[in-house]
Design a protein around this ligand. Structure first.
Ligand code: NAD
Length: 696
């Protein structure tokens, strides 16, 4: 395959980047561009060169899979290639036909002229991977758009439409028609006048308020700087573009790139990026597995989850029918959906046309006849096997052949549910997370008999509704909630040791969790956790839990909804205030049990994370998760785990498995030792001094 095609159009040579899917600048593509340039340089007929992209993209940038490999710096590296373009003896024009990101935009900025399709998206998203644009982007963009706009683009990483950049020197022309013919015409038109070789590097930035501006920018990123080192380096580099000559600025950029690429934060962010991509690959389900078309969906049950699930599909343009048992339950459920959309409309995050369209896509019914033709049915009724049996028997009777029958069950055995039907191969678990219209995660639970095309279609459905699908096997809690149970048990034991909820939450929020466990519990409702524990007491009598959470429930301190939980709340205010009553209970119980002792923040973090990791290792060796990185995706997309830590299993590798095992052994000498029995896989890997990553 040619990674860049060369063609001649009169006196204009056109180099078309052609490495699908995103025309990335891997080694082969860089070589092909360099060869094209050489050919154009040596041809006496060529007066100018146009660089454009094949397909819908201009160029997605560096090939991230080359990161850290010798391929990435193999000649010509990006910087050399861009210098070659900038110093080319004939005018080089970028015809930006579509999205230009990272190295793709840097390439365009090294050209002497740039024409762009009005809708093309231009951006430097490197900061999202914990690095900065490392091939001149931080030096050329400020010279072409001004420092303020450039810093905004570099710090946010968010692409901007070409038409919004039309008034900057970044773009010489923004065209509504096809950009390649326009670029060729641009060269030929000006050939007689001979286009001067404009170089971004020669531009001097005039910015009298630079000092105040950069001080302000540093202040703005200060709150996140502890966990994310890249934004600070981006500011340094853009400041260098303003204050120093080009070559010196390039040195600042290069040094910052080299430093950032080795930080744990950047490695974690890149891991998260690749992990999400990897999760979509299922070894025994080939990518060309034919998909079932999902043009209409039915949801059974219009409760908390059913309403949110229906919204996810309506938001993605798929019509949904919601089925309930009574008109009152249906009205109530659809009323909540309507209320959610109205509040989004009021906040200005939805146009009134889109509001109408989405609402129109959701209808209600009490009859299975109205959902018989749905391509996918998702059951979200009460968590009760008998109720599920009734629903799936009805579905088996009514749904057309080929309909995918999904259950949103959190805890029940999917194989049992599948066997309520005569078509268990069509049954799958689609486990959404509350609020279902917001949370990105979708666990796709693969039953013993689930057909491969049902799995492949479910993965595609996740994409269709903008969620991250992760395959999980059948077990109590699947991946996410099963690990959460181990974690919450430890959080209870911390109370038994006399640690207060606010200390636990603070320690874990400092670590980076979006919310500590006690604040989460107050938000979700402590009664929900109480009901789960009651079930666990029956199903797993051998499993010990702290009794303190049950005492809090007995007091009907259910959290925000009752104005009191682990914290006290003032009316109409969701901010948590430490509770004297809870402190008294923790003191009483921990003293009564004789377990009271000071616990450091580090110990809190270790207990929290190592309980997750140990259960994660079990999940992995039982085959409930296909790969360690899938577990990371579950926690990143569904549980507010900090992306700069890469997920619990990636974090485990950064700590080192032997170190984790050593700490777990120390915990096992103290309170509730059984909870620290190491997973055999963790033991084995630690003994061999290996990582979870090494299992790939
Ligand atoms: N709430 C969560 O955070 C959460 C998260 C993930 C999964 N789940 C699972 O989702 C399912 C629903 O949970 P929920 O929180 O939405 O419950 P819910 O009590 O809010 O809603 C259940 C709805 O199902 C309706 N229903 C009951 N029996 C029915 C039947 N035979 N036919 C049609 N409708 C019927 C009820 O009227 C009610 O509106 C459960 O399996 C639960 O385990 C819940």
């Amino acid at each position: 395959m040619a990674f860049a095609d060369y063609s001649a159009h009169g006196a204009v040579a056109v180099i078309t980047l052609n490495s699908p899917p995103v025309n990335a600048l891997g080694r082969a593509a860089r070589n092909a561009i360099a060869e094209g340039l050489e050919r154009a340089a040596n041809s006496e007929f060529v007066g100018a060169v146009v660089i454009t992209g094949a397909g819908a993209m201009f160029c997605g940038g560096a090939d991230v899979s080359e990161f850290g490999s010798p391929e990435m710096i193999a000649a010509p590296n990006l910087k050399d290639l861009f210098a070659m373009i900038e110093n080319f003896p004939k005018p080089v024009i970028a015809a930006i036909n579509g999205t230009a990101l990272g190295g793709g935009l840097e390439l365009a900025m090294a050209c002497h002229y740039r024409l762009a399709a009005a809708a093309a998206q231009l951006g430097l998203p490197e900061v999202k991977l914990g690095i900065l644009p490392g091939a001149g982007g931080t030096q050329r963009l400020p010279r072409l758009t001004g420092a303020e706009r450039a810093l905004n683009m570099i710090l946010s990483g968010t692409p901007v439409a070409a038409r919004e950049l039309a008034n900057t020197d970044l773009l010489d022309s923004v065209v509504e028609t096809e950009v390649l013919p326009a670029a060729i015409a641009f060269c030929q038109h000006d050939a007689a006048a001979k286009l001067p070789l404009k170089k971004a590097r020669d531009v001097r930035i005039n910015f009298p308020n630079a000092e105040a501006f950069f001080d302000f920018a540093r202040g703005a990123i200060a709150p996140i700087a502890r966990h994310y080192p890249a934004p600070g380096k981006c500011i340094d580099a853009v400041e260098a573009a303003v204050l120093r000559p080009f070559e010196e600025g390039m040195k600042v950029e290069r040094a910052a790139f080299a430093e950032l690429v080795g930080t744990t934060a950047s490695m974690a962010l890149r891991h998260a990026f690749f992990a999400t991509r990897a999760a979509a690959k299922i070894p025994d389900v080939p990518p060309d597995t034919p998909l079932r078309a999902i043009k209409s969906v039915a949801v059974i049950g219009a409760g908390t989850m059913g309403g949110g699930i229906a919204m996810s599909f309506a938001n993605a343009g798929v019509p949904v029918t919601v089925l309930e048992t009574t008109q009152a339950a249906l009205d109530k459920g659809l009323g909540v959906v309507m209320g959610n959309y109205e509040s989004t409309l009021k906040k200005g995050r939805l146009t009134s046309e889109e509001f109408d369209r989405r609402l129109k896509r959701i209808s209600g019914t009490l009859s299975y006849d109205d959902i018989a033709h749905a391509d996918l049915v998702i059951e979200a009724v009460f968590e009760d096997l008998e109720v599920k049996r009734q629903v799936f028997e009805r579905l088996d009777e009514k749904a057309k052949a080929g309909t995918i029958l999904a259950s949103n069950t959190s805890t029940l055995d999917l194989n049992k549910i599948a066997n309520f039907t005569r078509r268990p191969e069509d049954v799958v678990g689609l486990h959404f997370f509350s609020p279902a219209n917001v949370t990105k995660l979708l666990e796709i639970v693969r039953g013993a008999k689930t057909a491969k095309d049902v799995i492949a279609t479910s993965m595609n459905v996740a994409k269709q509704i903008k969620k991250v699908g992760v395959i999980a096997g059948v077990c109590d809690g699947f991946i996410g909630n099963r690990m959460l149970d181990a974690y919450l048990r430890q959080m209870g034991f911390l109370l038994d040791l006399g640690t207060l909820p606010q200390q636990v939450d603070q320690a874990l929020e400092n670590f980076g969790l979006a919310m500590g466990p006690f604040r989460v519990s107050d938000l979700a409702g402590n009664d929900i956790g109480g009901a789960i524990r009651k079930r666990q007491y029956l199903e797993h009598p051998e499993r010990v839990y702290s009794k303190i959470p049950d005492r809090i429930c007995e007091l009907r301190r259910f959290g925000q909804k009752t104005g009191a939980g682990w914290y006290d709340y003032k009316p109409g205010d969701r901010s948590p205030n430490p509770s004297e009553l809870v402190a008294k209970i923790v003191l009483e119980e921990s003293t009564r049990m004789g377990q009271r002792r000071p616990v450091s923040d580090q110990e809190i973090v270790d207990r929290a994370l190592y309980s997750l990791i140990n259960e994660g290792a079990r999940i992995l060796e039982e085959g409930i998760a296909m790969r360690a990185s899938d577990i990371d995706v579950v926690y990143l997309a569904g549980y507010g785990f900090p992306d700069f830590r890469g997920g619990p299993m990636f974090y485990a590798d950064t700590v080192g498995l032997p170190n984790i095992l050593r700490t777990m052994r120390a915990f096992a000498k103290g309170y509730q030792p059984d909870a620290w029995a190491p997973a055999p896989l963790l033991n084995k890997l630690a003994r061999e001094n290996r990582s979870f990553e090494s299992l790939r």
